[in-house]
Ligand binder design. Sequence first.
Ligand code: CA
Length: 230
Amino acid sequence: MTIPYRESRNPTQNMRLLIVEDEPDLLAGLARALRKQGYAVDTAADGEDGLYKAASTDYDAIVLDVMLPILDGWQLLARLRQSKTTPVLMLTARDSSADRVRGLDTGADDYLVKPFDVPELLARLRALIRRSVHQARPTIDIGDVHIDTAARTVTRAGEPVTLTAREYVMLEYFAMHRGEVVTRTALYEHLFDENEATLSNILDVHVFNLRKKLGQEFILTRRGHGYSIA
Ligand code: CA
């Protein structure tokens, strides 16, 4: 069994993403680049599989190619929008205003024209995810804990707090769902992708460590439901 505790050298803003793209090299390259940033990444190579995954999992964002087999990106998006508001970044083949207008009308949140630079894709995804949780400012304050989501740093009462990549990811996820009960299932879905085997107590270990670093009362256990932060 593989222990999924990948201690990333890069600080990570780990969120779970779906990439729908039928060009194998581009799909593999994108998935690799995004995983390197610490995202959990699922992939689909056609519109039907993409729609199935997009509808059945709460992704933090979806990167969606327009030209796809079975269902194209427009069709996928139109059907997805009947049930979900997941942020969608469309990849269009050319910079035509007709495509842009159609994408935005259909419910795309942003678009990028191929070929694009990976750093730009990363920046736009971060912005999309922030906007989707109504978090326009890149910093979050909870009590004396200050989270800078752009720099991915955390301070408590002004003192730097050192977190592992996974701890940071978990903290940010809690922060973005402040006031809600976060279920263990939701945490698993956002922290680990479909290819990672997970240990059942891994969440408890991370919660234990976060409490040790941020205070015992920072994360509340909602027995039988999950966790919440004040
Ligand atoms: Ca394509």
